[in-house]
Design a protein around this ligand. Structure first.
Ligand SMILES: Nc1ncnc2c1ncn2[C@@H]1O[C@H](COP(=O)(O)OP(=O)(O)OP(=O)(O)O)[C@@H](O)[C@H]1O
Ligand SMILES: [Mg+2]
Length: 328
């Protein structure tokens, strides 16, 4: 009987000690996790928390270029002027009742380097409103549950703190691809949350502009929310001329001569996108600097450099080519 009682009290003691040890270990692990280990193990945790907390890294106040600084793309510029710039300047006239579908969702699509990102930024600059940019890299967090919270927070800020404003999704296909059974849980949730959040904007003075190279890969439910799809294609000869004029605006040269040279360059650059033309211009400028090294090193101003001639542009074209293939 005594031995039995001793055995029972021994077991009880053992259980009590085990419970105390277990509780103690839990407390120490929790403290270590909260104060010591996690902040060191993951440098991104802070920024992720900030994303949920402040959201300020999503916001910018672009000043330039304005829409006039974007060459060509006349129909896209017109659509953005009426649908975004005017809407931002006169929100009362555009964003009335919640049930009325307003022209506030724009999807810009087309081949790479044709000026889509530039157009979206220029529209916000022209309207003088904040631009809230969302993309896969600033949304994604390895912390479970952070991403939907960040998304919620940015949309709430767009509606309540920064409106009127432009909500901008560059390369929207990186987060808005067609849902399928291969999606991991977090990516699937993000897409559903995005759709839900987009619906909360109805009637708020917020314009949504998204860009993509492959509109066909977007989730149909996402795509249908973009009331207006604007194709930004490769520029034709006249548009190339207008892009060349926009990107060489700081060149100081005779107007007539400039017109002649740029017209010829635009004729010779079939298949070039806006960004091909911009990189052609950069490489031609580098060659001009190389050829005038003494002048570059002695004079602080680049206006002293001789104007670019057709031969220099043609030399530049040898090293480049219109590499962009159109995507539908
Ligand atoms: N229409 C344009 N007018 C003036 N510059 C342009 C134009 N299009 C492109 N550029 C030049 O090319 C650069 C890249 O353009 P942008 O990033 O807007 O292209 P994109 O269409 O967004 O390309 P992607 O689809 O690859 O993201 C711009 O910063 C600008 O220097
Ligand atoms: Mg872009």
């Amino acid at each position: 009987m005594d031995t039995k009682a001793n055995g029972l009290s021994g077991l009880l003691k053992h259980l009590i000690v085990k419970t105390i040890l277990y509780t103690f270990t839990l407390i120490v692990a929790h403290l270590a996790k909260s104060f010591l280990l996690l902040p060191r193990l993951d440098a991104n945790r802070d920024s992720s928390q900030r994303g949920v907390g402040e959201g300020s890294e999503f916001v910018s106040y672009p000043k330039d270029p304005l829409l006039s600084g974007v060459g060509g793309c006349s129909s896209a510029k017109e659509d953005l002027y009426y649908g975004v710039v005017l809407a931002m300047k006169r929100p009362d006239a555009f964003f009335g009742r919640k049930t009325v579908s307003t022209p506030q969702f724009f999807l810009l699509h087309g081949p790479p380097g044709t000026g889509k990102t530039m157009l979206a930024t220029a529209a916000a600059a022209e309207a003088g409103v904040p631009l809230l940019s969302l993309n896969a890299s600033n949304l994604e967090s390895k912390w479970y549950g952070d991403t939907p919270r960040i998304l919620d927070k940015v949309f709430r800020d767009a509606r309540e703190r920064y409106s009127p404003c432009v909500l901008f999704f560059d390369e929207i296909d990186s987060i808005g691809r067609r849902r399928n059974e291969m999606d991991c849980a977090s990516s699937y949730t993000l897409k559903c949350e995005l759709l839900r959040n987009l619906d909360t904007l109805k009637g708020s003075p917020v314009c949504v502009v998204a860009c993509t190279n492959c509109p066909g890969s977007l989730d149909p439910a996402l795509r249908r929310r973009f009331a207006k799809e604007v194709r930004v294609g490769l520029p034709d000869e006249n548009e190339r001329l207008s892009i060349l004029e926009a990107i060489t605006v700081e060149e100081r040269w005779n107007k007539m001569r400039r017109g002649k040279v740029l017209k010829e360059v635009s004729r010779l650059t079939s298949g070039y996108s806006g960004s091909d033309l911009a990189s052609l211009y950069s490489s031609v400028k580098v060659e001009r600097m190389k050829a005038n090294l003494d002048m570059v090193l002695s004079s602080p101003s680049s206006t002293a450099l001789p104007p670019l001639c057709l031969r220099q542009w043609m030399e530049g074209m040898k090293g480049e080519k219109g590499m962009i293939r159109d995507t539908k």
